[in-house]
Design a protein around this ligand. Structure first.
Ligand SMILES: Nc1nc2c(ncn2[C@@H]2O[C@H](COP(=O)(O)OP(=O)(O)OP(=O)(O)O)[C@@H](O)[C@H]2O)c(=O)[nH]1
Ligand SMILES: [Mg+2]
Length: 603
């Protein structure tokens, strides 16, 4: 029997549909704003059948028709819900949304009337402005999953008699994390052969004249209508007004319907038009679609020659855009640890980077990104397989091979391997060391913490040899605890730091990896609650130390309850002696693999 799966429209990615679920064909249901998957009685469905390159899509099929079709294909209809994925992994770092700003309200044509004034002056008020769509960097979580696919702004209210102005549409503000890059997209139409055409050359200063001359490339009813040029012109800075000025000739609704059709037949593709905004400051915002202007009411047009103007301005159309949002991630992984824990040394053995390594704190002052090559992990996996086959005998191997080939269900081993093979390399950032009070801007403080936000996962590096770190800095040293120093810029910093650090319960005589780890988590959480929810790995470094084994034992015990429900692994290693580095890389790849699945599911 052929395997079939029914998914809701969230599963846009064919790779996931066919490879992850290992089905012969799959059916996706058009959701009617109803998230409860099992509650469909008569769902509208579209049908996709893709064992080969042929791709069939039937829109609006009834449930019965769907069942018949599926049964004809030799399967049965089964509703399947989304696979559960660890909640802290499900963050979206890139998404595309459609935005339509509200139209401006039309001006009003009205005349003042009273008992003894039958022909009063014009008193039609102005229309209100349409709502703009604004993207603002003030969201508290490093995630875009809270956003919808489309936003539509309210139109401005029409003007009213008595010179009353219509209400403006309330702007829609989309809250995104600091570090989000906003890109405008334009449609790149395909030619007959499916090849992408080059966008026509477009000079912004041309636009004004083109539009006013009724250029057919901007006319949606003309054969020469050029969607790419049209979309570009919508956002181009134009001398003497924008494309959506009331004086131009474009029928925007008609144009949008042409664009929608192009979008639907999926021969077209959205590409960047080069308008990029990097929202790198808290509170920074950008208007991605400007609301239409309200039209002027006839009270504005009365003049000596025409005291009773019977006309008013219509409102202008709100802009329509497609936007791509992306979190600016500096690397897949960020190395987090106290100064001197061995972060840079670890980076140097797992990646191609050649960082500065010194036996004093704050050697690393800026993030340094290295590329990890996973080919040795893959080679080892292959070698292990060959070795185990040698042990089990060649017969076993062929049996297993056959099993894998025959199985059409979601065999996890097969899936995992195919996913892993799609991740040949990854990036890792060496970050400056962190110490207590970093969230108060001690040490390299806030600058450093900001970088952690820009990595997808965290690699904690702990010094298991527990030698304590000699805080030798070339900056102004201030002793805040025995053996501990902090970088203080002024008196105020110092008072704050002392207060903060004293309020914590630290055993001043004795440092332990557990306390180190707890203070790292605390700093991260103090800076931004939820920051430690990122996928994480703990590297117990300096395992070549005399007491490292017992410290690791203590650490594992102490963290047991904390790690409940989290899939954080503790990997013992010695970066300096290149011990167990392959296991570290293996685990990094495991984390990436999980991130990869989630990111594919959310595209
Ligand atoms: N014994 C031992 N020493 C190590 C190990 N890994 C690193 N070290 C040493 O620890 C010292 C600090 O290493 P770094 O890699 O510079 O430490 P870091 O965490 O990058 O320090 P900052 O950049 O100052 O935050 C160096 O002298 C390293 O040689 C290890 O596994 N075992
Ligand atoms: Mg370093």
């Amino acid at each position: 029997m052929k395997k079939c799966i029914i998914l809701n429209n969230n599963f846009k990615n064919d790779f996931i549909k066919y490879k992850y679920f290992k089905r012969d064909f799959c059916i996706s249901i058009n959701k009617n704003n109803n998230n409860n998957f099992n509650s469909y009685n008569e769902p509208k469905v579209s049908f996709e059948h893709k064992p080969s390159e042929d791709y069939e899509r039937i829109e609006s099929m009834s449930y019965q028709e769907l069942k018949d079709t599926v049964e004809e294909l030799g399967s049965e209809v089964k509703l399947k819900t989304k696979p559960t994925i660890h909640s802290h992994l499900s963050f979206i770092d890139r998404m595309r949304i459609g935005v339509k700003a509200g139209d401006g309200g039309g001006g009003c044509i009205s005349f003042f009337r009273a008992k003894y004034i039958p022909e009063g002056p014009p008193d039609g008020g102005n229309g209100g402005d349409g709502a703009s769509i604004i993207i603002k960097a003030d969201f508290d979580n490093n995630n875009l999953s809270h956003l919808k696919k489309n936003y539509k702004g309210k139109s401005g209210q029409k003007g009213m008699g008595g010179k009353k102005t219509g209400k403006n549409g309330d702007n829609i503000i989309l809250h995104v994390p600091v570090g989000t890059v906003v890109r405008e997209l334009i449609l790149k139409p395909s030619d007959e052969n499916g090849e992408q055409q080059q966008s026509p050359e477009f000079e912004s200063h041309e636009t004004d004249s083109i539009i006013s001359k009724k250029d057919p490339r901007f006319d949606p009813t003309s054969d020469q209508f050029d969607p790419a040029l049209y979309l570009k012109a919508l956002s181009a800075p134009v001398i003497g007004g924008k494309i959506n000025d009331p004086n131009n000739v474009i029928d925007h609704l008609e144009a949008q319907s042409v664009l929608n059709k192009l979008d639907k037949n999926s021969q077209s593709k959205w590409i960047e038009n080069g308008v990029v905004t990097d929202l790198s400051e808290f509170g920074q915002e950008v208007v991605v679609a400007g609301g239409g202007f309200g039209g002027k009411g006839n009270c504005n047009f009365g003049s000596g020659s025409n005291r009773s103007p019977e006309y008013a301005q219509p409102g202008t159309k709100g802009e329509i855009k497609r936007i791509e949002l992306e979190l600016k991630i500096i690397a897949d992984f960020g190395l987090v640890g106290h100064p001197n824990a061995g972060k840079s040394t670890l980076l140097s053995v797992i990646s191609n980077a050649i960082p500065n390594i010194q036996n004093y704190a704050f050697t690393t002052l800026n993030p340094y990104v290295g590329v990890i090559d996973f080919s040795d992990v893959d080679n080892q996996a292959l070698k292990e397989r060959i070795d185990s086959n040698k042990v089990n005998g060649i017969e076993n191997l062929s049996k297993r091979k056959r099993n894998i080939n025959n199985s059409n269900n979601s065999n996890h081993n097969v899936n995992n391997n195919s996913l892993m093979n799609t991740i040949p390399t990854s990036t890792i950032a060496d970050l400056p060391g962190i110490l207590e009070g970093a969230h108060l801007n001690l040490g390299l403080g806030l600058d450093f913490l900001r970088h952690i936000e820009r990595t997808k996962a965290i690699v904690y590096v702990l010094d298991m040899s527990n030698n304590g770190f000699p805080a030798i800095w070339d900056r102004k040293k201030v002793k805040v605890l025995p053996n501990r120093y902090a970088y203080i810029q002024d008196e105020e910093d110092l008072i704050e730091a002392k207060k903060e650090i004293k309020s914590k319960i630290y055993d001043e005589e004795y440092r332990s990896p557990w306390k180190d780890f707890a203070s790292l988590l605390e700093e991260l959480e103090n800076y931004k609650p939820g920051l430690t929810n990122k996928p994480s790995i703990i590297i117990a470094n300096k395992m070549d130390g005399e007491y490292s084994e017992s410290h690791l034992e203590e650490f594992t015990k102490a963290t047991k309850s904390l790690f409940k429900g989290k899939d954080w692994k503790i990997i013992p290693a010695s970066a300096k002696n290149n011990q167990n580095i392959l296991s570290v890389k293996k685990e990094l790849k495991e984390v990436l693999k999980r991130l990869h699945v989630v990111s594919n599911l959310n595209k």
